[in-house]
Design a binder for this molecule. Structure first.
Ligand SMILES: Nc1ncnc2c1ncn2[C@@H]1O[C@H](COP(=O)(O)OP(=O)(O)O)[C@@H](O)[C@H]1O
Ligand SMILES: [Mg+2]
Length: 417
């Protein structure tokens, strides 16, 4: 009898990658043998509805895009993990408690060159019962200029739990520092030394043990920030960037995350790496979207078919033991963290699984991304984001980049075109 595994897509406004994902999974075929079992995978979109806390949940794996802001889904997912053993990308427990600030502290503790960062008490507060007495008794008047000097200019003021560039400002001197602080209102802010100048900005996108290091231009227009570029880091740097994001992810128990790093004088400084819901739209990822879709398919299928248990309790001692080793240099430490990370992610078993069960995936995706159906999905996404007069132009633009991906893929796979 076929054992069914259910993968749920817990979605918000995402339109393109889920459709690509569903189409390609369908194309891969309904069932395959895993050990003694015949296993079938069914993909469904999760609906939002009232639920009993003891009710069964049929999903083996959830790809979630709502947890960080939509509470009904977050709480249903938390219940599914605890009560029903569901595996979720990403673990909502760690996302809520391990925001940007925590991730800075943790990676500093592991010795990564996160720029100097200070936290500032908020400029103003919403009223709360004991607030006045607490502040009057304990909050020290502080000299913002002195903090600015300690951090150094240029610097970035940004929310301690931020995302999507909201509330981020660059400050080049004391005047701008005061302006940014005045404007921060009730938000709890960091002041972080800028990596400036830098000669390379990368985003390392990771899904399970799979990492794609992409050059990124934060100053470009939104549709042009992820670059199509090759060989912009050497093999050693590439390995370091892989180790970095996999370390961060396994430290917190994240499966899907992107790590922003800036290179200065040959050193990669991570500056933003608590991104539980990384940008996954064709309108920003274009050339790179097939990689993401395939990576999600591989990892979610692996987790579902092998019934991978979730890493629920963070286990930090192993990382700290390496961090505390006085005889080890930075690059050896990073390699050692990377080894722990790959072990936790079962990278070897995963690679074997992909070879054995998903050998067709590259070819299927290569063909799929030439179809009218795929093009239509790109167009629909473009139509949501761009003015009507630009829909044709930008559909051609993104589709053209995907076709360029197909060309590089044909070369890589040795396919006849
Ligand atoms: N320390 C820094 N050095 C250089 N640039 C920075 C630094 N911090 C932030 N930035 C710039 O500001 C952008 C937004 O900041 P980031 O920390 O990524 O916040 P968010 O979580 O909102 O994306 C970054 O992509 C980068 O361009
Ligand atoms: Mg960022």
């Amino acid at each position: 009898m076929t054992q069914m595994r259910h993968i749920g897509l817990s979605l918000g406004a995402d339109l393109c990658w889920p459709a690509f994902y569903e189409d390609i999974v369908k194309e891969l075929g309904p069932t395959f043998r895993h050990g003694d079992e015949e296993v079938g995978v069914r993909v469904e979109r999760v609906s939002i509805e009232p639920f009993a806390l003891r009710a069964p949940v049929k999903y083996d794996v959830l790809l979630d895009r709502l947890t960080h802001w939509y509470h009904t889904s977050r709480e249903w997912i938390k219940k599914a993990i605890i009560m029903n053993g569901t595996y979720v990308l990403n673990n909502p427990f760690t996302l809520q408690s391990m925001e940007k600030h925590t991730s800075y502290v943790a990676m500093m503790r592991l010795g990564m060159p996160v720029p100097e960062t200070w936290m500032l008490p908020p400029k103003s507060y919403a009223e709360a019962a004991d607030l006045e007495v607490t502040l009057a008794t304990y909050a020290q008047m502080f000299d913002l200029d002195a903090v600015g000097e300690r951090v150094g200019y240029p610097a970035f003021m940004k929310p301690y739990d931020g995302g999507a560039w909201v509330g981020v400002s660059r400050v080049d001197g004391p005047e701008e520092l005061h302006e940014a602080y005045e404007g921060s209102g009730t938000r709890l802010m960091h002041l972080q030394k800028a990596v400036d100048p830098f000669d390379l900005f990368v985003r390392a996108l990771a899904v399970g043990p799979q990492v794609n290091v992409i050059r990124y231009d934060p100053g470009a227009a939104l549709h042009d920030r992820y670059k199509v570029d090759f060989n912009f880091v050497d093999a050693e740097e590439h390995r370091l960037l892989e180790d970095m994001v996999l370390t961060i992810n396994t430290f917190f128990g994240w499966d899907f995350n992107s790590c922003e790093s800036l290179r200065r004088d040959g050193v990669f400084h991570p500056i933003d790496f608590a991104n539980p819901c990384p940008d996954s739209q064709v309108t920003s990822l274009h050339f790179h979207i097939p990689w993401l879709v395939k990576a999600k398919i591989r990892w979610s299928m692996f987790c579902a078919v092998t019934k991978r248990p979730m890493q629920l309790n963070p286990s930090w001692d192993e990382f700290f033991a390496i961090a505390d080793d006085q005889d080890m240099g930075y690059s050896d430490k990073m390699a050692a963290y990377g080894q722990i990370a790959r072990g936790r992610l079962d990278a070897v078993a995963f690679a074997e699984f992909c070879d054995e069960y998903l050998a067709d995936l590259d070819q299927v995706a290569y063909e799929y991304f030439a179809t009218d159906r795929a093009r239509d999905i790109v167009r629909r996404k473009v139509a949501v984001l761009f003015p009507a007069a630009e829909v044709d132009q930008f559909t051609d633009h993104f589709w053209g980049l995907i076709q360029f991906w197909r060309k590089t893929e044909a070369d890589r796979l040795g396919l006849a075109t």
